[in-house]
Design a protein around this ligand. Sequence first.
Ligand code: BG6
Length: 499
Amino acid sequence: KNELPVAVTIFGAKGDLTRRKLIPALYNLYIENHLPPLFSIFCIDFLETESAAFKTDLLEGINEFSRSGQADPVKWKAFSSKIIYMKGDFQETTTFQNLKEKLVDFDKQNSQRSIRIFYLATAPRFIEVIADGLYQYTACNKDKQDRIVIEKPFGTDLDSAKKLNLFLLKRFTEKQLYRIDHYLGKETVQNILAFRFANNVFEPLWNNKYIDHVQISLAEQVGVGKRGGYYDSSGALRDMIQNHLLQLLCIVAMDCPGAYKAELIRDAKTKVLKYIRPFTSRDVFKNVIRAQYTEGTVNNQPVPGYRKEAQVLPDSSTETFVTAKLFIDNKRWRGVPFFIATGKALPRQVSVIVIQFKNSPNKIFKDDTVPNRLVISIQPELEISLLFENKVPGLEMKLQPVDMDFMYKDAYTGSLPEAYEALLLDVLEGDPTLFMRADQVEAAWKVVMPILDAWKKNPSKKLLFYPAGTWGPEAALKLIRPHAKKWFQLPRIERLVRM
Ligand code: BG6
């Protein structure tokens, strides 16, 4: 556990991420004694704001979004006394000089050099200017292992990601860079490694001999809301697939890393990306479905069509829904399709991984047997369930599939740490396991580039539409056949339902 003083600096302190995620996460780490006794949080943004008003806003953020609920007044008072708001333009050198002064003062007070963490919670266009400011004017020292945390999106395509990596690596070492993919901090995602590599039951079957196909779906109820400006130039492929979905795929498909060591794990994941069969432009229009939501109803609330959302172009061809079929051409997975899916304005929020096993070769029962299916439910249900055939009690030999279910809420009490808590603690402790290395980011861009290129050349070719509040276009369903009759959503809903 780190006991050195820590100075966290947040660029983009007035932004949504700071209020919804970063401060609640830091507060929870604080109340659960994960922060060292000496810490300070310097918050920088270009807006003028009274310190008291700023802190009240952060407190409301905690009360609204933190898993620990309403902040304890005494603890909040102590915690918030460590927060310092500084108005600063990211483009001006004085911002970084002022910051340096503050950091040096903090160290003097403590008579110790602190660990410095710089969190770039800003729009991507500020990454370079802030990184350069830190490099030139604020002692961001590689020997002291000062760290920079960078939010996604990391580049907008392979070229821009490479350029950004080069830019950063000229100024800092890879060890100092923490590229966040918050999915990797989710408890249920971290558990996949434990599930796969600490149990001997599944790993021997985890290959093309026993597995028919894999489905990874990240469905969201939310539309683009206030993020139309960003989203319209991004789209679901860049926003969800290049990062979260491909990372989940890596964790599901990777070989055993040999040891629980950051670089070995990151190597094993990167290898998966390198083995993904490159999409040809023909594949793109055959095996990748893109669609956009039109007006509809989600959760009994009316949702405007995507093109009517604020800051979205009225003739936008940006996709809000993507499903794709891809293959990993290595020994373990050759021939096994991986179906990935994500979409906004869908009927339910559900992130789920389905491992569909092949049917039993023993055809001794007169009923058709339903093949085993393992469902790892990431959110909102936290659950792992295995479907298997069972004899229906009674005098006949009749079979029916049932579920063996593990639910977090039955097995553990208390709330689970938020992804950002886990990730911030890792930054503090200098553990990069759950962060994206430069080559991982680039390898993931390589996978999606042929899709982006084909869509760019043919902006509206095969762009489909689905009413908000439905499970996407019919074509998404066709893609998954003949492997499955449907995309599986929730294990509980599937229970006792025959395929
Ligand atoms: C973000 C995307 O990275 O992940 C958002 O930019 C998306 O568009 C979000 O809504 C989903 O994260 P979670 O943790 O709510 O599933």
